[in-house]
Design a protein around this ligand. Structure first.
Ligand SMILES: Cc1cc2nc3c(=O)[nH]c(=O)nc-3n(C[C@H](O)[C@H](O)[C@H](O)COP(=O)(O)OP(=O)(O)OC[C@H]3O[C@@H](n4cnc5c(N)ncnc54)[C@H](O)[C@@H]3O)c2cc1C
Length: 223
């Protein structure tokens, strides 16, 4: 991968993305794939910040169901499947066991309802390019089955468990870098160690930004 800053020839860009975390990397990848002239600038290294410090999950947002954010959950589940397809070396199915107890909060029927809804919203989870990445529907376990699977569960009030799948991404910073490299392959110009320090407006500039090897680039917004 080549940092473009050193040899920047003054060409204008359609889109300048500031920040090479997973958001910036994906925006640059998507935009470059659509034929836009894209620059991606990162002040430190790609994926070093929040994108490297996640819980390592590519989840469909099961917990958002509690707030009835149905659209968000569906979108996340769709993205989960897309990532399984386009980044198979970074995204793997991972089972979770949710124990249920007497009482209102982790009630068996409440959890079961959430699981059924999660299954319905991920109706296309079996349509992965790689069969090994297919995610099955949830499974309900009796109290005895739950204890057999996980003997360390608190037994008092235990009514059973639900097993469901989300995905794991053990190296999110590498996933970020993969998107940066794919963005570059689609024509984006990328540079790490290139902090954006300000914006020039209108007559203050005659090109989209000025990048000098020994100085941070200054971006310009034409107005
Ligand atoms: C504890 C925790 C756990 C999480 N777990 C998960 C999870 O399991 N699954 C999940 O999907 N999400 C998870 N998230 C959310 C996810 O990590 C974030 O949504 C995501 O990493 C945000 O990415 P980003 O690119 O927007 O930000 P960042 O990764 O922070 O990237 C922003 C980048 O912008 C750069 N930048 C800033 N200013 C400039 C400038 N002036 N010039 C150039 N570059 C600049 C920074 O250097 C940085 O690299 C978690 C978040 C946290 C905090």
């Amino acid at each position: 991968m080549k940092r473009f800053i050193e040899s920047y020839d003054g060409q204008p860009f359609d889109l300048i993305v500031v920040g090479g975390g997973i958001t910036g990397a994906c925006v640059a990848y998507d935009a470059a794939g659509r034929g836009l002239k894209v620059a991606l600038l990162e002040k430190k290294d790609f994926g070093w910040a929040t994108s490297a410090a996640t819980s390592k999950l590519i989840h469909g947002g099961l917990r958002y169901l509690a707030n009835l954010e149905i659209g968000l959950v569906r979108e996340s589940l769709r993205e989960r499947r897309i990532l399984e397809n386009i980044a198979p070396n970074f995204v793997y199915p991972l089972p979770f066991l949710v124990p249920t107890y007497e009482g209102r909060k982790s009630n068996k029927w409440l959890i079961e309802t959430g699981m059924i809804l999660y299954d319905i919203l991920s109706f296309d989870k079996g349509k992965t390019w790689d069969k090994a990445k297919k995610i099955p529907g949830h499974q309900s376990l009796s109290r005895e089955e739950a204890l057999r699977e996980e003997p360390n569960l608190r037994e008092e009030g235990l009514t059973g468990a639900a097993v469901y799948y989300d995905c794991q991404s053990i190296c999110p910073e590498r996933l970020t870098l993969a998107f940066v490299k794919s963005a570059e392959k689609s024509g984006a110009q990328v540079a790490n160690r290139a902090e954006v320090t300000g914006f020039l407006h209108g007559k203050d500039c005659d090109s989209c930004f000025h990048g000098l090897p020994d100085r941070a680039p200054t971006m310009c917004l034409s107005s």
